[in-house]
Design a protein around this ligand. Structure first.
Ligand code: SF4
Length: 163
């Protein structure tokens, strides 16, 4: 039997109730994913960083996840607490988790200040978006682990099927 490829997945996309409201986000995963050739490895960076579930929602203030890694931006909860340290710890633990499981790529949940691959909310808690990855995605990419959102993954899987 062919070995399945280990791919890191945001745990909430796989039906695990780890989001800030204690719910999952499986409805954001398109049909057909993760796919038969993939062994999905679930991870929740915010839980790995030591944050509770449920927890106050948080947003990046002053930049993207890359700027949080370099200390130029912060992650702040809606209650006003600076949770940057927990997010950085979660990002570092996620890289260890990915390496231990042999993952060289990841599929992460859009819009999250940890997992968002391309955008996140802008820190105003008003629903406005800002470009750039979440903290964990920025760390994964810096560590050489490629990250896609669910829709990008679905498109890539479709192209593979057509070959
Ligand atoms: S940190 Fe990532 S895996 Fe955890 S709830 Fe948020 S988006 Fe989902």
């Amino acid at each position: 039997m062919k070995e399945r490829e280990p791919v890191l997945y945001s745990a909430c996309l796989l039906g695990i109730g780890c989001a800030h409201d204690g719910r999952h986000r499986a409805h954001r995963l398109p049909p057909g994913l993760p796919g038969d050739s993939v062994r999905a490895v679930p991870v929740c960076p915010e839980q790995l960083g030591g944050l509770p579930t449920p927890r106050a929602p948080a947003e990046i203030v002053g930049g993207s996840g890359r700027d949080v890694l370099s200390g130029e931006a912060r992650v702040v909860s809606r209650r006003g607490a600076d949770v940057s340290r927990a997010f950085l710890r979660g990002a570092a633990e996620t890289i260890r988790w990915a390496n231990a499981a042999g993952c060289t790529r990841a599929v992460m949940a859009p819009g999250s200040p940890s997992c968002g691959p391309r955008w996140h909310y802008d820190g105003s808690f008003s629903g406005r978006r800002a470009e750039g990855p979440g903290v964990t995605v920025a760390a994964l990419e810096a560590a050489g682990i490629a990250v896609r959102g669910p829709e990008e993954e679905r498109e890539a899987a479709g192209k593979k099927d057509c070959r």
